[in-house]
Design a protein around this ligand. Structure first.
Ligand code: SD4
Length: 310
């Protein structure tokens, strides 16, 4: 499909539209895109695609940064954060949710069945149970062992690019040219009990404007919250930046904030973005972040994101 798209300065920013498109963070994005593509390839809705897609990581016990098998907090509790957003700016989110394997689906129910956007902790759990979700123990033997090993030193020092999987964030543009996004995580490993990151915060971990594009984040959530990171990426695209340029500018801002700060030593942040024309891009602070992309022409593959520092 061809269409001339102008930015606010009447500059041509795109001549063609690629759709459907799905992108998602890290190696586990490949399995997630495969699921999402089943919906997108059949003309389905981006919202269904992103929910189904990220559920693959939530259900996989070997992904120790999302859902079942996620690393616990420093008290030994697995606490989950997730959100979802559609083309009408409808959104739902859950934070500090325990014992429910698919927080993204609870987030969708919050969006569709309540007058609210966000439910946390006990209230989120109560709502999930009322909606028929089952309570399960999410702490696997593997993650419990890792926790016991961590307890020996009990040092909070986040690992950069943790086994090449961290939060899964997914953005999709469907055949009808509508955008949706989802984000789900067990958060920073060994975090303080009660800590909530960027992933359930609309504007930080995920944001989209169906006229412009969508953006989502991975990495140390505190940095995304300090900068309203994903919302900023979308705003920069509104002002004519490509998805790549917009992600890069927000990472540069984060670097400026943290330069000289001791946390910079272990700080990693990464953004992915997708605009209304189906153009995609990403940028991260440190090397090692990648994302998976699938379109009709590009068979599901991983792309290494450009980075600011080694
Ligand atoms: C968060 N972005 O909770 C998520 C995942 C994470 O280090 O902790 N990454 O901040």
């Amino acid at each position: 499909m061809f269409l001339i798209v102008l930015n606010y300065q009447n500059k041509i920013i795109s001549l063609s539209i690629v759709k459907p498109v799905v992108i998602s963070t890290w190696n586990h994005g490949i399995a997630a895109n495969n699921e999402a593509w089943k919906i997108l390839a059949n003309g389905g809705h981006a919202l269904d695609a992103v929910e189904l897609g990220v559920k693959t990581a939530e259900a996989n016990p070997n992904v120790q940064t999302v859902g079942l098998g996620g690393f616990p907090d420093r008290e030994g509790y697995v606490t989950l954060d997730a959100c979802i957003m559609d083309q009408y700016n409808n959104c739902g989110s859950v934070a500090f949710l325990q014992n429910i394997k698919h927080p993204v689906s609870v987030a969708r129910k919050v969006m569709e069945k309540t007058p609210h956007v966000m439910l946390v902790g006990e209230g989120a759990l109560q709502f999930a149970l009322e909606e028929g979700f089952e309570k399960e123990d999410l702490l696997t033997e593997k993650s419990k062992k890792a926790y016991e090993a961590w307890l020996l030193k009990s040092e909070y020092k986040p690992v950069i690019n943790i086994e090449n999987h961290d939060t899964i964030s997914m953005l999709a543009l469907d055949e009808n040219r509508n955008l949706s996004g989802a984000c789900t995580t067990s958060g920073a490993s060994w975090k303080m009990h009660g800590r909530v990151g960027d992933s359930p915060i609309i504007g930080a971990g995920l944001f989209l404007d169906n006229e412009i594009g969508a953006a989502a984040a991975t990495g140390m959530g505190e940095a995304m919250m300090k900068t309203a990171g994903s919302a900023m990426v979308v705003e920069l695209m509104r002002h004519g930046k490509s998805p790549y340029e917009a992600c890069k500018e927000v990472v540069e801002r984060i670097y400026k904030i943290y330069k000289g700060h001791p946390d910079l030593e272990w700080l990693q942040v990464g953004f992915i973005a997708l605009n209304k024309q189906g153009e995609h891009g990403a940028y991260c602070l440190r090397s090692g972040f990648n994302y998976a992309i699938q379109t009709k022409k590009i068979k599901n593959k991983l792309i290494n994101a450009d980075f600011k520092i080694q």
